[in-house]
Design a protein around this ligand. Structure first.
Ligand code: C2O
Ligand code: CU
Ligand code: CU
Length: 436
């Protein structure tokens, strides 16, 4: 079903394919339907939950009012299995590349492919010859191409998360993608994997990053020529097709040492296009974000602990928390279960004030750390100022790394702050920040 921005009612259906199939398609496919609208427009979508389990939908990176954020218990009641409905309706303040996914039972629901792209077009979009979305997925499949049914296991939770064995672009394992010499492509990369980090090399091409997590950034070449995306992160990249007609170039993912593989080939058609390759790169207009005032900002510190080869928070290893979800991680000494949003928030941030949060990763693992409802400037990573003070909604923390982020707490409500390795999120790397 086609979805677009309008005042009509839309249905986003989630359904379970025949028992035993590899995936839950959203509206019949993986990824789910791409939603495209213009900056400032309203999105109105009713979710009809045909899954055999409860769910919610989160609009990742979109600064929505709290009640539309799709976090079970915290912002809404779970949408019941087998026919529950919920109406999501909000305006989209920022242009950019966003996505949607469930926020309940995430390791399994997202791991089965329930997600889609949410593209908000600029009022005055930059001139390119093609605008393409690559939604990167990662699957743990058995030899019959069925999902291995070990979602949320403690081994994944306490290590790097569910890293799979089959990477897809827009739901398929692709051999190649057609390109015409002379074209300029705006490639919207979205990492929808539960846990895999990507490091993409466009061999023989010179990609330019124009936006990160949907937010415009100073146009730049990625560090080391490689576009690095932790889970949930996005990059808009300009790729000029400067190769020769008829030739083939590989896109390589070599994020993990000694595990490089070919994501796909860029295959040039035999004829040349009269395109925009090589012309001045466009500047994207900034989104209406409030600039934090560092001089008056309140400072906070958040520390992640736990995981294998790390200090485990007291008593948690033995499954003290009960239920099927054992905690493997903690935030400032506390571990929240996925459905356990009661109690006091980790931090209460004064509404409309500027805040700097230093996030310290006291573990041996990467954590792409995401904040709901706001977009922050990344001031420093590992003690060094960032090159572009990029606006992001997620920051990739290196093992034993740290980052300082700054933002104006201008969106009131209780907001999730969590690692987007979904197995980490479900086993303690999650907290609530209250803006009041
Ligand atoms: Cu993309 Cu709290 O999530
Ligand atoms: Cu989010
Ligand atoms: Cu993590």
């Amino acid at each position: 079903m086609k979805l677009d921005a309008m005042n009509r009612r839309n249905f986003l259906r989630t359904s379970l394919a025949v028992a035993g199939a590899a995936i839950f398609p959203a509206a019949g496919g993986v990824p789910g339907p791409e939603i495209r609208l213009k900056q400032g427009e309203r999105l109105r979508i009713e979710l009809e939950n045909l899954l055999p389990s409860d769910t919610t939908v989160h609009w990742h990176g979109v600064r929505v009012p709290n009640a539309m954020d799709g976090v079970p218990q915290l912002t809404q009641a779970p949408i019941r299995a087998n026919g529950g409905r919920f109406l999501y309706e909000f305006a989209v303040p920022d242009a950019g590349t966003f996505w949607y996914h469930p926020h309940l039972g995430s390791p399994e629901q997202v791991g089965r492919g329930l997600y889609g792209a949410l593209i908000v077009e600029e009022r005055d979009p930059p001139a390119v010859d093609r605008d393409s979305v690559w939604m990167l997925g990662d699957w743990r499949l058995d030899r019959r191409a069925h999902s291995v049914e070990d979602f949320g296991n403690f081994m994944d939770a306490s290590h790097a998360g569910r890293i799979g064995n089959s990477v897809t672009v827009n739901g398929a394992i692709r051999e190649s993608l057609e390109l015409r010499s002379g074209e300029r492509v705006r490639l919207r990369l979205i990492n929808a994997a539960n846990a895999r980090i990507f490091g993409l090399n466009f061999r023989n091409h010179d990609p330019l990053v124009i936006a990160l997590d949907g937010q415009p950034v100073t146009v730049h070449r990625p560090e080391g020529g490689r576009v690095v995306l932790g889970p949930s992160m996005r990059a808009d990249v300009l790729v000029d097709a400067t190769g020769e007609p008829g030739s083939t170039y590989s896109v390589i993912d070599d994020f993990y040492e000694n595990r490089a593989y070919r994501l796909l080939d860029l295959k040039y058609s035999p004829t040349r296009a009269r395109g925009r390759a090589g012309t001045q790169p466009p500047m994207l207009a900034p989104n209406p974000l409030s600039e934090p005032d560092l001089a008056s900002a309140q400072r906070h510190r958040v520390r992640f602990e736990g995981g294998m080869m790390g200090r485990m928070p007291g008593g948690m290893m033995g499954g003290m928390m009960g239920g099927k979800h054992r905690m493997a991680w903690s935030v400032n000494g506390r571990a929240l279960g996925e459905h356990d949003h009661g109690g006091e928030p980790l931090l209460t941030l004064a509404h409309r004030r500027s805040h700097v949060i230093e996030v310290v990763n006291d573990t041996s693992w990467h954590h792409p750390t995401h904040l709901h409802g706001h977009v922050f400037r990344v001031l420093t990573r590992n003690g060094k100022p960032t090159a572009y003070r990029e606006w992001q909604d997620s920051v990739l923390l290196d093992p034993h790394g740290r980052a300082e982020i700054a933002f104006v707490a201008d969106n009131p409500g209780d907001w999730m702050f969590h690692c987007h390795v979904l197995e980490h999120q479900a086993s303690g790397l999650m907290a609530v920040l209250r803006v009041a």
